[in-house]
Design a protein around this ligand. Structure first.
Ligand code: MRU
Length: 313
């Protein structure tokens, strides 16, 4: 499969595919310091929960390699984005390791392996000839491997179970339009882009057989945070009797948090909503609220797909 490689360890830096430039340009940047990695995460050059974790691990490895204070590197990386728990797990793991570089590389390899297992398990839930709907980008770009929700879609398509994919555009960063369409196009999976607010109507018309999304953090009771708009999809799917699946590796599960209300939700700058590609679209006096994620209660989840198998909600 023609999957992109969003991150690579070079020996003394990490090579990053700058996801802000896609799909127009395949531009690579080099992060040499933990601060570079933290800034890449904050600015959305590197994104998607598992990939943020992998990058955080490499960021810590760079701190050790360069003789920087690991505690301040950990602090800088932990302050880049708050919601994906993968980041915090990975930086703690490398921080506590006797061989930080090997540990960071292992984290990357393990995430790739988890994706393959998630894809295999998830495909067993998808019925022959399905039209599936997905949100944001959960593919190679978000994970460094096959993907989570998108990995399930790739595998189900390979087995002839997915007929086509509805891709939510995913305001305001357009991860669906820019990244998921780009990935599906490279692999050759039939797909159609929709504005986020069309999803419910398509469900009402019987055009959606299953919804599959990823997660940035799953609390102990199964409530989970994912890209804003996920909650609305889950409510609509329940209303129309459509299965709603969450595909996520164990590294996105946070057993320390009892329920979704404890998950920190990132609030990003209002300019991301008030403007489009640098052009102001709202009146100058307008303000915007820009939560990057929302919380979906476990009651709305049909099943969780992890590398260990299928877990009922
Ligand atoms: O803001 P982003 O692009 O990092 O958000 C990504 C998502 O919400 C994904 O659905 C989530 O990280 C799961 S990716 C495998």
């Amino acid at each position: 499969m023609n999957l992109p490689e969003p991150i690579a360890w070079t020996g003394d830096s990490i090579k990053i595919l700058d996801q802000r430039a896609l799909p127009g340009e395949e531009r690579y940047m080099e992060a040499r310091t933990p601060a570079d990695v933290a800034e890449g995460i904050r600015a959305m050059a590197i994104r998607g929960a598992p990939l943020i974790g992998i990058a955080g691990g490499y960021g810590m490895a760079l701190a050790f390699l360069r003789g920087e204070d690991p505690a301040s590197a950990k602090n800088a990386l932990a302050n880049s984005r708050p919601t994906a728990v993968n980041l915090f797990k990975a930086i703690e793991r490398v921080y506590g390791s006797a061989d930080p570089i090997r540990e960071a590389i292992t984290i990357h390899e393990e995430e790739k392996a988890r994706c393959l297992m998630i894809a295999k398990h998830g495909a067993s839930l998808i019925k022959q000839g399905s039209a599936v709907l997905t949100h944001c980008n959960t593919g190679a770009l978000a994970t460094g491997g096959l993907g989570t929700a998108l990995g399930v879609i790739y595998e189900s398509w390979r087995l002839g179970r997915v007929r086509m994919v509805w891709v939510d555009e995913t305001r305001p960063w357009l991860q669906g339009a820019r990244l998921t369409c780009w990935e599906l196009g490279r692999v050759g999976v039939p797909h159609t882009l929709i504005v986020d607010s069309l999803a419910s109507f398509l469900m009402s018309k019987g055009e959606v057989d299953a919804v599959i999304v990823g997660a940035d953090r799953v609390a102990r009771n199964g409530d989970f945070a994912n890209k804003v708009g996920t909650l609305a999809l889950a409510i609509s799917a329940r209303h129309f009797g459509i299965p709603f699946y969450v595909a996520a590796p164990s590294t996105s599960f946070d057993p320390d948090l009892p329920d979704g209300s404890c998950i920190p939700i990132e609030e990003r700058p209002e300019e991301e909503v008030l403007s489009f590609r640098g052009v102001r679209v709202a009146p100058h006096e307008a303000h915007a609220l820009n939560y990057a994620f929302d919380i979906t209660p476990r009651e709305l989840v049909s099943a969780y797909i992890t590398e260990e198998g299928i877990r009922e909600a």
